[in-house]
Design a protein. Structure first.
Length: 187
């Protein structure tokens, strides 16, 4: 993945915006410029990903899909169900980012910044792969474990636990997965 290109505003434009401090333009993958006043290069790149339109997530999703041997449509379905592609989503229970990782899960996965879309998508995809392997490729059980925790799936006798939120989540992800898969275009 290449980093967004940074460009400093012209002196005339910068003078007009002086009251906002240093202003930078970041060119996203679609060729659109986004305006920032962040000094740190790493923070600029993270911020650019946060505000990028959904299609800007495609390369990150594709990369994670290849790395973790998942279909991009499945990753997109989980993101759609979990955060509706909101890169800064935070649940009342504390889940973070696009794939709504709990802090304990993010720590288990070794993520340094689960708010970063790159880390969040890679971490969530890796976790989904681990769950699929744990449940011998059973997608419904892996999704239930992703939502409710693998312990609950085991306690339920290797079935989707009778938790309405989890049952709804599994159905929603499977529906989105079928839709994204059938479109063969994903966002």
């Amino acid at each position: 993945m290449s980093s967004p290109k940074l460009a400093k505003l012209s002196t005339a434009s910068e003078n007009r915006l002086q009251r906002y401090g240093k202003i930078y333009l970041i060119k996203n993958r679609q060729g659109k410029y986004l305006v920032y006043n962040i000094n740190n290069q790493e923070e600029k790149e993270k911020e650019a990903l946060k505000v990028a339109d959904v299609s800007g997530l495609e390369p990150l999703i594709d990369q994670a899909a290849r790395r973790h041997q998942l279909e991009p449509s499945l990753i997109k379905a989980v993101i759609k169900a979990e955060s509706n592609f909101n890169t800064v989503a935070r649940s009342p229970k504390g889940a973070i980012g696009l794939m709504q990782l709990m802090p304990e899960t993010a720590s288990f996965l070794g993520l340094k910044d689960p708010r970063c879309p790159v880390e969040n998508i890679n971490g969530g995809s890796r976790y989904l792969r681990l769950l699929l392997d744990c449940f011998h490729g059973d997608l419904e059980l892996a999704l239930a474990a992703y939502n409710a925790g693998f312990q609950r799936v085991i306690k339920a006798g290797f079935q989707v636990p009778g938790i309405k939120e989890t049952e709804d989540f599994v159905k929603r992800v499977l529906r989105y997965f079928r839709e994204y898969r059938s479109l063969n275009q994903d966002l």
